[in-house]
Design a protein around this ligand. Sequence first.
Ligand code: ZN
Ligand code: ZN
Length: 587
Amino acid sequence: MLKTWGWLLLLAASSFTATAADGAADAAFARQFGDQFLDGYWRENPESGIANGYYRHADRLLVPDAGYRAHYRRYLEQTLARLAAIDPKQLSEGPRADWAILKNRLESERWGLSRFKQWQWDPSLYNVAEPFALLLNTPYAPEPQRLRTVMRRLGRVPAYYAAARAAISRPTREHTQLAIQQSAGVLEVLGRGLEVQLAGSGLSAAERTEFWARLRPARAAVQSYIDWLKALDAQLALDSSARDFRIGEALYEQKFAYDIQSGSSGKQLYERALVEKERLHARMAVLADQLWPNYFPDRAPPADRVARIGSLIARLAERHSSREGFVDEVKRQIPQLEAWVREHDLLSLDASRPLQVRETPAYQRGLSIASVNAPGPYDPTANTYYNVAPLDDYTPEQAESFLREYNHWQLQVLNIHEAVPGHYVQLLHANKSPSRIKTLFGNGAMVEGWAVYAEKMMLESGWGGREPELELLHGKWLLRVVSNTIIDYGIQVLGWSEQQVLDLIRNEAFQSETEARGKWRRATLSQVQLTSYFAGYSAIYDYRERLKAELGPRFDLKRFHERFLSFGSAPVAVIESLMRPQDAAKP
Ligand code: ZN
Ligand code: ZN
């Protein structure tokens, strides 16, 4: 297995030097921030390495104590100094985007350590489960080898949780309760299934004894962390010394700048979202009036526009696929979307890397209804999968509610978003100019923004025959994206209550009670992430409209798309700084 690494790294190194022939700065950047740099970064962040399919440092479990934080802080300073020694203006565009992405990443981590200090107030950060689960379930090496890696990590678990307890000070109650809940999941990963795997493995009797000698104290450390958190939570309830989960305006804007990188502020995006909500309601009311007589010939429309829209959405949801036919329906639609994109000259596709639609594998179920599983930069498998959750585990009521949500029209939007020309196609283009830095540290707002932009663009091109039903339901989908932004800013900066949030989501975005409650919870536990869809979407859309206005009839949609996607998953603001208007002009 280790031999494969050498080969992979060589391949990547040669493709990197090919682009660096342009100048001395490119060469210096490639030398200093190529795969050797990445190996060092994974050594400092072994868990992220494992999550990205890089296992060389997988046996290192770092203990998050004050010494570690001081060490990591020095590492960040030194790396930033080396980066600052390279003048980005001397770099050609690919490395220049990488340079900007790296700088933002390292500065963001430094800010997290010294200013945001989540390590102090979020006990759910301390969780050893995921790397263990990945090492146990990913066949990257023979099982005995993986179990030995797991065993070495297990030995450090007690020290890890001792450091966690020392680091936590005035946490929020929300994150404390989340940590209690998730730590129970850690015990599951280290539970019966692992015992069975160990017993059936090729480890010797002596190794198995050693394994148990580490597993028992590791489990005990997790359990005592849970007990400690429960006592802490009770104490926080009594003396109301808990930190507010709302981070406030100053931290919010800083986090927004690091995470989103769209060129606008959190406040500007919030205000833009309010305008967009109004615009969507007005447009959806027009569509609802148009559709009303077709669906309710014997009923007078309610006076309230939101009520009219809501009645129609509920009625349209009745047209949906059968429970058994759902996955096949997705499979049927992908080639149709591909043909449309080709025939309308929207983007080029790559027939050599087809998308494989499959039922979500059991170990990944329960997270989302649909997702694209793409090979990472360290993963040699070439397949890209579109996972669709089969409805086997649902009760009849759950299945019906799911099928109504992903009805005839909404399912088209979902497939555009996830697959063509959304996430899957964006990824195909990103892979054409392989940059590990862009792939590994890619910008979530650009990736999600592109998928939402793709929906809008497909509807503009006439997909679905300009049916008002499709536009109305896409409006509902966009309202979710828009309201995610409004409630994130509303909660974190403006101090909105749960009731305000529930009212907005249910009454103005047409979502269910379950969706609304889940969204409140998510918005108390995360910050800024919920805005990434709308932030990326509006930045891409605005940029395109500016280029269109500038170029007039010379604007070429396909050239704009191809050029925009050629920068990989770089932040929208970075792409804008590298693209010139003539890149989107007719040749
Ligand atoms: Zn039904
Ligand atoms: Zn997405």
